[in-house]
Design a protein around this ligand. Structure first.
Ligand SMILES: [Zn+2]
Length: 438
């Protein structure tokens, strides 16, 4: 195990993601008709210098290779420049230029707010001993923000590791509702039959809130598929705050990682936690003692961790890195899809006021943004097909279980650290967590 892990880590050292993630991506034109492939080119200084001026669509770097999205003309360009490449398309979701067709209702197999509400209530009803549904807040338009707690003796607050999974801060990222919802369903429905699931549920308290932005999701379903923000009416008459820029740690650190302009896609709001949706997450978080957090987004198929506001590494870079490396390997083993990983600010773009910076900033816990597939716009972008839901969930399941188990194994150390932090706070050292930030 350790030898495998060591060599894998060495392999992954080469990682540097330059792909575009949901975090800053705005709109893009319809996919071109020409067939595209993903190819890799050996990353040597000589080849890198020759690739640079060719204007190709570079996706990311991995394992000493540069991955490129290339149509026939790009392949001819590579040929003409005598740059050898490997076809790698089979490692990624099928590239398609045809629009995704949805069966069964306005948003197909994806959940609407009401469908999710009904399904969460059904799960609680079917598994009353191990599931309890909480309303952790109300959206601007008065929809409930739900969190399902899953644990043995679910009515009790036991001395157990607690882990938080969040979905759908961004309205158009429909797949990010499905993965945490299916995680809840999987834990509940396999509790009786699967020893690993049973152990995880018995020894931890898993909290799953699959839909942080219900108003935005409904708007995305009914009116405008690309809607991203919540439905706040801003002072200038524009709508929406980017909920993943509204958290209170280094909020508004600069205007690059978020925007002060209300009409911007990454508008951070008028104040930290100005939005009821982020306050719902904050209040749950501060009430519990979470030991790890995952927030699902799409797209770009990467695992990101703090910091987002600065390229400076955190004091827990090694821990974040090794957990992400292990999760990425577990994910790749399921369907062969590669999830890159790295610190958020170094991997793609600067962000400030996001969930993971805040969770890590106030609690020092591992906090991950998992950007689900596809890897780019041509793989469907925000429009995952319905047939993608199951495979994307399947490959994310072992990573989620891994993080839950890591939390269980390290619960003793976590408690000791928490006690120490509390003592520090009582003695006036250390900082009080963001309970009073608003
Ligand atoms: Zn997102």
């Amino acid at each position: 195990m350790s030898a495998v892990k060591r060599s894998a880590k060495k392999r992954l050292l080469a990682l540097a993601i330059i792909g575009v993630s949901c975090r800053l991506l705005l709109f893009s034109a319809a996919a071109p008709a020409e067939k595209k492939d993903i190819v890799s080119v050996e990353k040597t200084p000589r080849l890198a210098a020759r690739l640079q001026p060719l204007g190709l669509d570079l996706l990311f770097e991995w394992d000493n290779k540069v991955y490129i999205l290339a149509g026939p003309r790009d392949l001819r360009t590579l040929d003409r420049n005598h740059i050898p490449y490997l076809m790698e398309s089979n490692k990624f979701p099928a590239l398609t230029s045809s629009p995704v067709l949805l069966q069964g209702g306005i948003n197909g197999d994806y959940h609407s707010y009401l469908e999710l509400e009904a399904d969460l209530q059904d799960l609680e009803r079917a598994h009353p001993e191990i599931a309890r549904l909480y309303t952790i807040g109300m959206s601007l338009e008065n929809r409930k923000i739900y969190a399902l707690k899953i644990s043995d003796n679910v009515a009790l607050d036991e001395e157990e590791a607690e882990v938080l999974f969040l979905g759908c801060h961004h309205a158009r990222e429909w797949i990010s509702v499905e993965v945490p919802f299916l995680l809840a369903k999987h834990l509940l429905e396999n509790y009786a039959s699967d020893a690993a699931v049973r152990r995880a549920v018995d020894q931890s308290e898993v909290w799953i809130a699959p839909l942080i932005n219900p108003d935005g999701l409904e708007y995305s379903i009914r009116f405008y598929r690309y809607w991203r923000k919540n439905r706040r009416l801003n002072v200038d008459g524009s709508f929406g705050v980017d909920l993943n820029r509204n958290y209170g740690y280094n909020w508004a650190y600069d205007n690059e990682g978020s925007s002060p302009e209300p009409a911007a896609e990454v508008y951070r709001g008028s104040a930290p936690f100005s939005e009821p949706e982020t306050r719902a997450v904050r209040d749950l978080f501060l009430e519990r003692e979470f030991q790890a957090l995952v927030t699902y987004h799409s797209y770009s198929q990467v695992i990101l961790y703090p910091w987002g506001y600065t390229p400076t590494p955190t004091d827990k870079e090694a821990l974040h890195w090794s957990l992400a490396a292990d999760m990425s390997m577990l994910m790749e083993a399921v369907n062969g899809r590669l999830y890159g990983f790295g610190p958020s600010a170094q991997s793609s773009y600067l962000t400030n006021g996001d969930t993971t910076d805040w969770a890590f900033g106030v609690a020092g816990i591992p906090a991950y943004t998992i950007e689900l597939p596809p890897v780019d716009q041509l793989g469907g972008g925000f429009f995952n097909a319905e047939r993608d839901i199951t495979p994307v969930f399947n490959e994310n399941l072992p990573a989620a279980l891994y993080l839950i188990n890591w939390s269980i194994v390290n619960f003793g150390a976590f408690q000791a650290q928490e006690r120490e932090a509390r003592t520090d706070r009582l003695n006036g050292r250390g900082k009080v967590p963001g309970r009073h930030q608003n």
